[in-house]
Design a protein around this ligand. Sequence first.
Ligand SMILES: C[S@@+](CC[C@H](N)C(=O)[O-])C[C@H]1O[C@@H](n2cnc3c(N)ncnc32)[C@H](O)[C@@H]1O
Length: 452
Amino acid sequence: MIKETARGMAVHILTRVEAEGAYANVLLQKTIGRLTDSRDRQFVTLLVNGVLKHRLTLDYALRLHLSKPMSALPHEVRAILRIGAFQLLYVDKVPDAVAVNESVELAKPFPKFTGLVNVVLRKVLEKGWEFPWPDSKRETVRYLSVRYSHPEWMIQRWLKRWGLEETEGLCRANNEPAQTWIRTNTLKISRENLVDRLTQEGITVELGTRVPESLRIQNFGALDRLESFREGLFTVQDESSQLVAHVVDPKPGQCVLDACSAPGGKTTHLAQMMHDQGEIQAFDIHSHKLELIDQLAQRLGIGIIQPQLGDARDLPGVKLNSQQRVLVDAPCSGLGVLRRRADLRWQKEEQDLKDLPLLQLAILERAASCVEIGGDLIYSTCTIEPEENFELVKKFRFAHPEFEAVNLVGLLPFALEDERDIRQASKGMLQLLPHRHGMDGFFLAKFRRNEV
Ligand SMILES: C[S@@+](CC[C@H](N)C(=O)[O-])C[C@H]1O[C@@H](n2cnc3c(N)ncnc32)[C@H](O)[C@@H]1O
């Protein structure tokens, strides 16, 4: 039995993820609560997410010193080696000797492999980052793939679209640690007063510069234990996703439809902007996720949201031409948020980029039929792939000349700097990219319905 230390817990989680296909984030949340020290909880999270993200690079480094393939080793031993190599290569604050010795300690329940763990990790330590990488000119795809731990099919697409320099920049950005952003609940508190409250609670806070409600926080333990959290003064939401409600720009008293709404991040932001006056119908296809919207709305003190179970391709009960604002925050491949979702890059396949647009377009078509004349339709995704974004919007516009693009430049709460973005945004679309904008990859489009 591996002891339930922080490292032991990380081995246990990674083993279950690989051997049983368990969801890493669900397992992490369930398990780390057993650790009393918040630093231990953070360390387990760092190890699990780090190993999942950098798995390809770690295995490449380890295989150089193994006589058999990783698959010939027990799952636990693979996890111990990866955790050890991750600390040696990526984590400055752990002394190298500690990383090696602790890994050997973890391997003691597998006596046949303690020697191997010791020898292999000492070799990784000795070599550091001096690997025989694939040739970056002749084998560019393979080089970027192992150097930055991304699937080759993703690299291939990005190289075609953006070339070497930008693709490398994107891969680097995807490997940066994700920052934590929160959104002020302006129904209850101003952003300045929230900064004071959080500071009193020992949290390091920084004002977001792009969204008036956003704050970046650091040095926090379990957020749900904070008084300010329980009072509903904020919710966790990435900064780029906080842009959406500003682009929707709903007004108090309006009828708003959110077609794919769970867990309610954007729905509750819309309600805030409406001063909790009017009506928001919040659809989602999963009933367990609808409960999350209810819980969030309750905590934030919001009353105008009506969660509705239903497929957004049907939107049962919603009348044609009945809504002043309709948001489609579509299910997507999520390739814009790879830094935030550690194992997502390994879960997606290129086929998803053929299947998802069919669903996205069907949802957009039905949602569009609910927009009243003069009303607005907003489409957003957290992906950077054209099939789900620009190309999809082009198809939709071609079939629906009654929708005209709405200029986004004045709606965004920050000024765009890049000429390319300004040109796009004035035509009603914006693609944010992690390596260009320093934010999660996100796509937004807005159209107004005219009489035809
Ligand atoms: C990008 S997430 C929405 C995030 C949400 N807007 C927020 O800000 O918290 C997409 C959502 O679409 C839901 N979904 C997937 N297929 C759907 C469908 N056919 N109809 C309605 N909802 C769907 C998923 O359950 C998921 O909750």
